[in-house]
Ligand binder design. Structure first.
Ligand SMILES: C[S@@+](CC[C@H](N)C(=O)[O-])C[C@H]1O[C@@H](n2cnc3c(N)ncnc32)[C@H](O)[C@@H]1O
Length: 343
């Protein structure tokens, strides 16, 4: 970074950051009230929206103007209008509705964890009695329920990579470790009719996974494996093992251990598919903020997790005994995909 590119700070920015939680509360409240839904049919006044959502007119007026102040509405001569992109992202009937992601990202679980950031910074990891690695943590039920289309891009990318490879195999048995909503396995199963998916997760989460399997028409090819991914016998061996958005909960050493365990469940000549947030060698917090912000979530929710780099993912796969690791990304995928072979 050159001298002229050094970041600066001003009071407006500091006010904005200090009260960032108010923006979170505004978005969360508006979505809970389904406030944006009636605006899909056209502009409305504060009084109309208050009547529609059954709230106090004064509360609604102040809420609407604040939503306009942060760009989530357009105030137009006493009426309120959806902003560009609003019909797609803010209206609950849209296939790209972002409400699920907000329900999770703006949840009490995540916010309460951030209140103890200073403890996590002091200790280098969570000191909370319950966190992401607590067995049957109810946060993961919300995750499995609410996770929205933002996994679709990476799930589609994985399917595109694996379907041509699976074509010539005698069987297509898949283990999806820490499967949650099951999107990765189910997207693949919808494209590969011979695929049989075994989903491993905590039992309370797998009840939700099964409902997703039914909704997506693959329940007859879905098996469940409830338990702890570090201890439960994995069964198999499988043609493909999926491990998506899991390794960032752990240090490089612990994640490599989990990959070694996963490797024991992959048939010789089979494959592992791993997905995660990553940093690239040329990334900095200035050029690519998201993975660095994600590490804060891991800091407060785990003992040793953080965003790992592309090179670290390759190293972990190699150290766990896999060969030919390749990395894949696409415009639509929020996460990076790694595929490697078991010799
Ligand atoms: C971030 S989610 C990943 C879900 C999904 N694979 C994805 O890509 O979105 C982590 C999942 O790991 C599960 N999990 C965490 N620790 C576990 C453990 N020790 N054994 C089994 N599942 C675990 C959680 O219940 C949760 O569903």
């Amino acid at each position: 970074m050159t001298q002229t590119e050094l970041p600066s700070v001003d009071t407006k920015q500091l006010h904005d950051i200090a009260r960032g939680y108010v923006k979170t509360a505004l978005l969360r409240t508006a979505l809970e009230l389904r406030l944006f839904d009636p605006l899909a049919d056209g502009p409305q006044t504060a009084a109309e929206l208050a009547a529609h959502t059954d709230v106090h007119p004064r509360g609604m007026r102040i809420l609407l103007d604040a939503l306009a102040a942060i760009g989530l509405l357009r105030a137009d001569g006493g009426q309120y209008v959806l902003p560009d992109g609003g019909a797609e992202l803010l209206v609950s009937t849209s296939p790209r509705f972002f409400g699920g992601a907000v329900r999770l990202g703006a949840s009490d679980w995540e916010w309460d964890a951030q209140k103890h950031l200073i403890d996590a910074v002091r200790h280098g990891g969570t000191v909370a009695p319950t966190h992401a690695l607590t067995p049957e943590f109810d946060y993961w039920e919300e995750f499995a329920t609410s996770t929205s289309w933002f996994n679709n891009g990476a799930a589609q990318l994985m399917t595109e990579q694996l379907v041509p490879w699976a074509k010539d195999r005698d069987s297509v048995d898949v283990l999806d470790i820490a499967c949650s909503h099951g999107s990765y396995g189910f997207t693949f199963a919808q494209a590969e009719p011979r695929a049989v998916i075994t989903g491993l997760d905590w039992p309370n989460v797998l009840e939700i996974t099964r409902r997703h399997a039914e909704r997506r028409g693959v329940a007859d090819r879905f098996r469940t494996l409830p338990g702890d991914m570090f201890k439960t016998p994995l069964g198999g061996p499988y043609d493909i093992v999926m491990l998506t958005n899991v390794l960032h909960h752990f240090s490089q050493e612990e994640a490599t251990e989990l990959l070694r365990r996963a490797a024991t469940a992959v048939k010789p000549g089979g494959r592992i598919a791993v997905v995660g947030h990553t940093t690239d060698a040329h990334d900095t917090p200035h050029t690519n903020p998201l993975p660095y912000m994600f590490s804060v979530i891991m800091l407060v929710q785990t003992h040793s997790g953080e965003t790992h780099s592309v090179d670290t993912y390759r190293q972990m796969l190699t150290d766990a005994g896999f060969v030919n690791p390749t990395s894949h990304s696409s415009e639509a995928a929020m996460h990076r995909l790694f595929i490697a072979d078991r010799p």
